[in-house]
Ligand binder design. Structure first.
Ligand code: GLC
Length: 473
């Protein structure tokens, strides 16, 4: 069976968030289980495209209005990712340095989808399944099924994975001029609340949809940024499949990006060495405990709570705690953190931005990883943290509920879970965590437990394969 994943992010081609990690790993695991899985994503100007060699596998043009827009499809030559990676190159439309935040985003993603389908139509053998990720490529199921331009693709099955519903890619109806012709009575398959909504359209037109955790699947029926009734209506073709992590890449015993490698048996000394190295580099006190936050500074991730949480924690003299933050985003949050940095230069360090290598160092060094998310469709950071022996302190929502069990509520708990989104809830959970990890035996047990949990892609990769089989039979 052949499956093509379509996404605007894929690690290491271009990464902004967890979407890239999923698309950059899942196809490799599917291939391990006999599925011929590959990825199509835009050609950006990133270190990956600069450093690798590509061959042109298609040259053509897609039609838009009266125009023909030329594009090429480039395939990476050395199979560096362990699956074929095909990049759609549309001069002046996709070949940019960033993935998001351009004013013509609607045109960008529509062009990508039309170019992809034009290339797909040219293939001698069609895949059985096109697997779309998030709203940026959410028009594909509609375009394949309901436009005369792409009618030849109508029998290919489509799956959409919902990684997040916060942004849905809505477009005013005047943008329909950018789409190939379709019968007007099909407009309802694109529309949600008077606008073209690519995510809603994908849910309506796909053969199956998935969410990145079972917890998020249930949650979406109650809270989905306006799409809850659609998720309820279409729930019979929906499945919650928990994300995995790439255990070859995220492995403290072989990770080349961390100061000292360690395994379960050497976790105590290994983490101590990594913590010392990071704290010295950042001129932090080498306090007994290091709490980390890694992620975008957006409200959804609870980043707006960070300044108050830090103030409250540092106000208590009994806390032997330093905090490391890696992320960027909302300027108000950044400014508030700057103020705290000046106030607590030896206890707080912030790296404004994202650096993949540094993220690995932080997981290896941290004792606790905080995720105060208001919404978390799956969350990968808590999984990376557990693999690196850092104990997660999380707000119980979506995938965090599914992956972290509270130590005080279960004998095989793996972390600390709080229910509400007030800074004090997070602080109480962190205090509970600090009490526990103050005990050398308890912390060792907890670290070992987290490190031995199986979060590999093996199981989810097979769940996706079962789903493909179900819809193609
Ligand atoms: C999005 C979600 C996150 C999830 C990731 C990968 O970034 O916000 O929870 O882990 O996608 O599916």
């Amino acid at each position: 069976m052949k499956v093509i994943h379509v996404s605007v992010e894929c690690f290491p081609v271009a990464k902004v968030g967890g979407l890239a990690d999923v698309v950059g790993a899942l196809p490799r695991y599917q291939r391990k289980f006999g599925i011929s899985s590959e990825v199509v994503c835009p050609y950006y100007i990133t270190p990956f495209t600069k450093e690798h060699d590509f061959e042109v596998i298609f040259e053509g043009a897609f039609r838009q209005g009266g125009d023909q827009i030329p594009f090429t499809v480039l395939k990476e030559k050395s199979d560096v990712l362990g699956f074929p990676i095909n990049l759609v190159h549309i001069p002046n439309i996709l070949d940019r340095e960033k993935v998001y935040c351009y004013p013509d985003e609607a045109e960008q993603w529509i062009a990508f989808q039309l170019a992809f389908l034009t290339w797909l139509r040219s293939l001698a053998k069609y895949p059985e399944v096109v697997h779309c990720h998030d709203h940026h490529v959410g028009l594909i199921p509609f375009l394949m099924k309901w436009t005369s331009e792409f009618r030849s693709l109508a029998l290919i099955k489509s799956v959409i994975t919902v990684h997040n519903t916060q942004s849905q890619g809505c477009l005013n109806w005047d943008k329909s001029a950018l789409l190939p012709e379709f019968e007007r009575w099909k407009s309802g398959l694109l529309d949600w609340d008077g606008v073209i909504n690519p995510l809603a359209s994908a849910i309506k037109c796909c053969d199956a949809f998935t969410t990145v955790s079972p917890g998020y699947f249930s949650e979406l029926q109650q809270r989905a940024n306006g799409l809850e009734s659609l998720f309820r209506l279409e729930s019979l073709k929906g499945f919650g499949i928990l994300n995995g992590i790439d255990e070859h890449y995220w492995n403290p015993s072989s990770d080349p990006l961390i100061f000292k490698n360690y395994s379960r048996s050497s976790v105590t000394s290994g983490k101590k060495a990594n913590k010392k190295s990071l704290c010295e580099k950042e001129s932090l006190y080498t306090m007994p405990h290091l709490l980390a936050y890694i992620g975008r500074f957006v409200e959804e991730k609870g980043a707006d709570l960070l300044p108050e949480i830090i103030e409250e924690l540092f106000a208590s003299p009994s806390n032997n705690l330093c905090v490391y933050i890696l992320g960027s985003g909302n300027e108000v949050i950044e400014d508030r953190l700057e103020v705290l940095l000046a106030k607590y230069p030896k206890r707080l360090a912030v790296f404004f931005g994202y650096d993949e290598g540094l993220a690995h160092e932080v997981y290896a060094a941290a004792d606790l990883l905080l995720m105060p998310s208001k919404v978390e469709p799956c969350g990968l950071n808590q999984l990376y943290a557990m693999k690196y022996g850092a104990i997660p302190v999380v707000r119980g929502t979506g995938g965090l509920w599914d992956t972290v069990t509270d130590v005080d509520r279960s004998i095989d708990g793996s972390g600390f879970v709080f229910r509400d989104s007030q800074p004090s809830d997070a602080v109480n959970a962190i205090r509970r965590a600090l009490n526990t990890i103050g005990n050398a035996d308890k912390v060792k047990t907890l670290r070992n437990r987290g490190m031995s949990l199986d979060f590999s892609w093996d199981k989810p990769a097979n769940e996706y394969i079962d789903l493909y089989r179900q819809i193609t039979n």
